[in-house]
Design a protein around this ligand. Structure first.
Ligand code: ITT
Ligand code: NA
Length: 183
């Protein structure tokens, strides 16, 4: 059964489709679930997915992805507030702020929440990298300033990014569980 991915972010959909090709079709739907004020990506994703599943009144599985960039020198900021910070401050200015610190380490983290009639499952993925001045045209969001093994995530194809990214790792966990689940 097609998985309905609740997100307004085309980049997330592209990555999920690329990863889950041959597993299950991914359909993007827009639903404005309540984004609870929480420091926990897990809680935000799980509550959003449950709400979307219940509100839809349909027996079709729902997937939600809540992600963030956690900058070491900024005490994990912007973390769960990454979308808000991208919209207000912007990626370039966040880089300038981080560049004033000697420690340029950061993590991307994501939690995928999957809900169907049997309940909720969550899958987390993270990747550590280094913040750099923006480079590359691919990816989305903070990808141009996040370097992993010499390349920014915006310098990688979708497949290359999925092979090492937070989302790719969470999708791998999800796909493994999904293949073995009992319906
Ligand atoms: P939805 O909530 O509609 O899924 P969103 O873009 O608002 O989309 P989040 O709430 O998860 O997503 O916000 C995460 C923020 O981190 C947002 O600014 C994204 O652009 C950014 N982000 C998430 N995953 C990323 C990735 O793989 N690479 C770069 N930036 C990413
Ligand atoms: Na969001």
């Amino acid at each position: 059964m097609a998985i309905r991915f609740v997100t307004g972010n085309e980049g997330k959909v592209r990555e999920a489709r690329d990863y889950l090709e041959g597993v299950e079709p991914v359909e993007q739907i827009e639903y404005d679930y309540t984004e609870v004020q929480s420091d926990s990506l897990e809680e935000i994703a799980a509550r959003g997915a449950r709400e979307a599943f219940a509100e839809s009144g349909r027996d079709e599985p729902i997937l939600v992805d809540d992600a963030g960039l956690f900058v070491d020198s900024l005490g994990g900021f912007p973390g769960p507030y990454s979308a808000y910070v991208e919209d207000t401050v912007g990626v370039e200015r966040l880089w300038r702020l981080a560049s004033e610190e000697e420690n340029r380490r950061a993590q991307f983290r994501t939690v995928l929440a999957y809900v169907d009639r049997n309940g909720t499952e969550t899958f987390a993925g993270s990747v550590a990298g280094t913040l750099v001045a923006p480079r590359g045209e691919g990816g989305f969001g903070y990808d141009p300033i996040f370097e992993y093994n010499g390349r920014t995530m915006a310098e990688m194809s979708t497949e290359e990014k999925n092979a090492i990214s937070h989302r790719g790792r969470a999708l791998a966990e999800f796909a493994e569980w999904y293949a073995g689940r009992e319906e």
